[in-house]
Design a protein around this ligand. Structure first.
Ligand SMILES: C[S@@+](CC[C@H](N)C(=O)[O-])C[C@H]1O[C@@H](n2cnc3c(N)ncnc32)[C@H](O)[C@@H]1O
Length: 323
């Protein structure tokens, strides 16, 4: 996990919303390979989910969980109504045409444990290249995909020029906003797409909890702590709504009250860890995200969760890339 050695726009300047004018202003958080690696190690070492790490939609790779994600992307009609009961909770209100993936070479950039790699495999991709900076992410995906690459998305094309225009479909789900330059990260990933190809982009939106003082405070406290043990103990305290010396008294008092009223715990341990761990946690305005796709040459740009009440993130599909 990173130690807090340098300035951070969120913690030190209170800037949570990305503007392309910031491009080039911030530095990488030390080493991207280390940033998420500890989290994926904890998940891999908790196969039963008993410790609270291998628990949640971001990490589950069992067939039912993957089926739900397939349905999320392509919609209940195209997926033969599998898991119909979950359809009403889906994040997306428009869907991905499965023919963009079936029989085509795909790339999953910032693949994490590999859930979207599995989704593309299930949808019949001719191949999926799974790319991540973190060693334990690559280790996880290697269990079901031999086609893996440990690399940094921001300079992907400098280190791997052979990937330029190699793929018909690219996925960049929850990755760009964790980099020092989300526009540069996106533009780099977009170069892997061939003319005519498509791109799935998910970024946090300023309308959601990631653009809140409360989450920024949790993240700042977490990143100020020095050891993995202290950080995990802080995450568990937030999950259990326990009193914590680094939190303001008003927040602690409310937590005492909530616990006395037996209110449910907050989120999942793995979800909270995911929220606090990254050095950069930008939120991206919708017009900025759609502008990136247009600037990269995607002629069709569709917001997939436009009508959804869940606006923690923007899900945007670009297609018909120009040459
Ligand atoms: C929030 S996780 C999302 C994982 C996966 N896309 C998913 O939806 O399950 C972000 C992932 O991006 C990876 N990542 C972050 N910065 C990266 C970079 N600069 N280059 C490559 N991967 C990066 C992290 O290691 C992590 O696995």
């Amino acid at each position: 996990m990173p130690t807090r050695a340098k300035a951070n726009p969120h913690f030190d300047e209170g800037i949570l919303v990305w503007s392309d004018e910031f491009s080039g202003s911030y530095a990488p958080p030390g080493d991207y390979a280390r940033q998420f690696d500890e989290k994926w190690r904890l998940v891999l070492e908790d196969p039963s989910g008993q410790l609270g790490f291998n628990d949640g939609p971001g990490v589950r790779l069992d067939d039912d969980s993957i089926d739900r994600l397939v349905q999320e992307w392509i919609g209940p009609a195209a997926s033969d109504g599998r898991n119909d009961s979950d359809a009403q909770d889906a994040t997306l209100t428009s869907h991905v045409d499965p023919s963009l993936i079936k029989g085509r070479p795909c790339v999953d950039i910032g693949c994490g444990m590999g859930r979207w790699t599995r989704v593309m495999q299930v949808l019949g991709a001719s191949e999926v290249l799974s790319v991540d900076a973190a060693n334990h992410a690559v280790e996880s995906v290697s269990r079901f995909n031999p086609n893996v690459l440990q690399a940094d998305v921001v300079d992907l094309l400098d280190t791997h020029p052979e990937l330029a225009g190699r793929f018909a479909f690219a996925n960049l789900w929850g990755v760009a906003h964790h980099t020092h330059d989300p526009r540069a990260a996106f533009m780099s990933a977009a170069q892997t797409v061939a003319p005519g190809g498509a791109f799935y982009l998910m970024v946090y939106s300023p309308e959601g909890l990631h653009n809140s003082d409360r989450v920024n405070l949790f993240r700042k406290v977490f990143n100020d702590l020095q050891t993995t043990e202290e950080r995990l103990s802080f995450v568990r305290a937030i999950h259990r709504r326990e009193w914590h010396s680094r939190l303001p008294i008003t927040m602690n008092s409310k937590n005492v009250l909530r616990n006395a009223l037996r209110r449910p715990r907050w989120g999942r341990v793995i979800g909270l860890l995911d929220m606090m761990l990254p050095w950069y946690n930008w939120t991206i305005p919708l017009d900025v995200a759609t502008g990136w796709l247009r600037d990269a040459g995607f002629q069709e740009v569709t917001v997939l969760n436009e009508d959804s009440p869940n606006r923690v993130a923007h899900h945007v599909l670009g297609s018909e890339k120009t040459a």
